[in-house]
Design a protein around this ligand. Structure first.
Ligand code: URA
Ligand code: SF4
Length: 201
């Protein structure tokens, strides 16, 4: 059994925060163990909680449409959330719930080692861009070592806000360039320190 599978089992029985009380199923995340791209959303909604899988409701369908625009399928990327259990009534996750759940996401990133981390919505953005405003920084990549962090609007929000919808669609179209950039970086500077932050474009 892989370390990631062990982690999934831990998440499924986790009781480290109050969200464990209302869940039907915890939703650890899914995708290839060596995925190059990781998408991080907010938390499971109704359908995700029922099925134990991330992004399977309306937002998920829209995410799949966005991926199709850049010739990707959901099976090719890793998809997870900042909290693994559904907040009651889809309320925002509380800071202490995000904190309790953080080690699982940390571990997923350590094991998968994605090159591009796409944050969907405010809560995952805060992990990498603390204090930032999503309307200001969406679509602007930040490179740290040989990883790129890329903030986007949440697909559920974009679905309901026509103005954000066109922005999210513009932002997704930049992903192939970012991947190409990563390949260039790797060729030019294979030993770049992970922690050093460098400007990108
Ligand atoms: N919204 C999220 O943020 N995550 C999901 O898994 C589904 C909807
Ligand atoms: Fe555990 Fe995270 Fe679920 Fe809270 S949200 S119970 S920390 S898995």
């Amino acid at each position: 059994m892989s370390e990631l599978t062990v982690l999934y089992q831990e998440v499924r029985t986790c009781q480290k925060c109050i969200l464990s009380e209302g869940r039907t199923n915890a939703v650890p995340g899914e995708g290839p163990e060596d995925a190059e791209i990781m998408f991080i959303g907010e938390g499971p909604g109704f359908h995700e909680d029922r099925q134990g899988r991330p992004f399977v409701g309306a937002a998920g369908k829209y995410l799949e449409e966005l991926l199709a625009k850049i010739d990707l399928t959901r099976e090719e990327v890793y998809i997870t959330n900042v909290v693994k259990c559904r907040p009651p009534g889809n309320r925002d996750p509380e800071a202490e719930e995000i904190e309790a759940c953080r080690p699982y996401l940390d571990r997923q990133i350590e094991l998968i080692r994605p090159r591009l981390i796409v944050t969907l919505g405010r809560f995952s953005m805060q992990r990498y861009f603390p204090g930032a405003s999503i309307s200001r920084i969406h679509g602007q990549p930040k490179r740290v070592g040989n990883v790129i962090y890329y903030p986007m609007f949440h697909p559920a929000a974009a679905l309901h806000q026509p103005r954000w919808r066109s922005l999210v669609e513009e932002d997704i179209l930049k992903i192939p360039e970012l991947i190409a950039k990563l390949d260039e970086i790797e060729e030019a500077e294979p030993d770049i320190p992970q922690a050093e932050q460098l400007s990108l474009f």
